[in-house]
Design a binder for this molecule. Structure first.
Ligand code: CTP
Length: 406
């Protein structure tokens, strides 16, 4: 069961939407999650604690103490227990209190002491939802790192039509599952990459024609920088060898080595390769370079000009021949036709463990942009096609595919 072992805390406030939480609790419990609930006093006017208690198979808490049996409901313990805290529905009243640190019930005390990510799904009438103070409270909560699940438009309990309906239980479920999935992916990446030495190459290379001109390409370096970031965040010691880009690596676990030409990139890679556990060649290395670099600026003469080129060393192929058993080597392939076949050919010829295929046919993917659409092919012939997504998310998919090899 996908959610087994996951701990989900749900805070319910006094809104007519509270009844919808029953469906969410039931689904989450069915999928193996451990669900606990806290309610405000007003919430019990809309949904009995008993219903939520039976569905979650846990007592539903709303008071700091239970005088009858002398129990103190420890808000700190609850906040520390949860993997994620969803407050849904959250009313204008509770939103305001959360935004201003007011703590006059258990749900709010748990919110203030929660160590886990907090999601909140507002539910209120149209005018309350549109009121500047509500908008400001939502903004404030987001600025504290809380994650908004926006209210949806539709018919409201008052009969008005507009924005203010709590997101449907299906949406809340989707958000929670996506969050927990990403979180466990991150955790397994951290286990896989902590202390690993990773070399990433990024950006274009510039092949000099004369002192002022060069042959280059449109690579922005964004994919390589995103990979370096992702792996450094997962605990790896990253060396990023990069051609000219406008980007800056900020993570303290990333050592940046700047190069200009394919030859400089070759030397930088060869020197560092023996100490690496993982190498990812995402740079767009020039395949050809001028045979000779003119010592002075070439003057125009009116006639046609030919520049003779020679092939550069295929760095990835060289590394493939030197690769040791414990090393993982990942290449990129940019193809325009017979994509899978060509990428598989490169994977074999260059002795790679994985190849990341970009197709120029895919709109929005590839050079320059902030998004990419890739297919990852393993040497066991496992082919996984991913959707178009931001390069940081693509980097996570690639890191995840690598972590499965470690
Ligand atoms: N690469 C490299 N050294 C080069 C050229 C490319 O290490 N001189 C690496 C790239 O970083 C990328 C992979 O090889 O990871 C694929 O590069 P590509 O140019 O697409 O492959 P080629 O084998 O050169 O094939 P073709 O140009 O015919 O598509």
């Amino acid at each position: 069961m996908e959610l087994s072992g996951k701990k989900i805390l749900i805070g319910v406030c006094g809104s007519i939407a509270a009844y919808k939480i029953t469906l969410l609790v039931r689904t989450l419990v069915k999928e193996g999650a451990e669900v606990r609930l806290v309610m405000t006093e007003a919430a019990s006017d809309f949904i009995p604690a008993l219903t939520l208690g039976v569905l979650s198979k846990n007592p539903v808490l709303s008071q700091f103490t239970e005088e009858k049996n002398g129990i103190w409901n420890n808000h700190v313990e609850l906040g520390a227990w949860a993997d994620v805290y969803l407050i849904a529905p959250v009313t204008a009243n509770t939103l305001g209190k959360m935004a201003h640190g007011i703590c006059d019930n258990l749900l709010l005390a748990v919110y203030l002491s929660a160590k886990c990510p907090v999601y909140f799904a507002p539910a209120m009438d149209l005018d309350m939802h549109n009121h500047p103070s509500t908008r400001a409270n939502i903004k404030t909560l987001e600025s504290y790192g809380n994650r908004l699940i926006p209210a949806e438009a539709g018919e409201l309990a008052s009969g008005l039509i507009g924005e203010g309906r709590m997101a449907e239980p299906k949406k809340l479920h989707e958000v929670l599952v996506a969050h927990l999935r990403e979180h466990s992916q991150k955790k397994s990446e951290e286990i896989a990459f902590t202390g690993k030495k990773v070399l990433v190459t990024a950006g274009p290379t510039y092949e000099a024609i004369d002192p002022v001109r060069f042959i280059g390409n449109h690579s922005s370096g964004k994919m390589g920088f995103a990979l370096a970031d992702e792996l450094a965040n997962a605990g790896a010691d990253v060396t990023l060898i990069t051609g000219p880009t406008n980007l800056q690596a900020t993570h303290s676990n990333i050592e940046v080595v700047s190069i200009l030409s394919a030859e400089e990139m070759l030397h930088a890679c060869m020197e560092r390769f023996p100490g690496q556990d993982i190498v990812i060649m995402s740079a767009a290395v020039a395949d050809y370079t001028p045979i000779e670099v003119a010592p002075n600026k070439i003057k125009k003469k009116g006639a046609a000009l030919s520049i003779e080129l020679k092939p550069t060393v295929d760095i990835l192929k060289e590394l493939g021949t030197l690769k040791k058993e414990h090393q993982v080597l990942v290449g990129f392939a940019l193809e325009t036709e017979n994509e899978i076949e060509h990428a598989k050919g490169k994977l074999e010829r260059k002795n790679l463990d994985l190849i990341v295929l970009n197709s120029l046919k895919d709109e929005g993917a590839g050079f320059g942009g902030d998004q990419n659409k890739v297919t990852i092919i393993g040497k066991d012939n496992n082919i996984v096609e991913y959707k178009l997504k931001p390069k940081a998310a693509v980097a996570r998919d690639i890191a995840n595919a690598i972590s499965e090899l470690l």
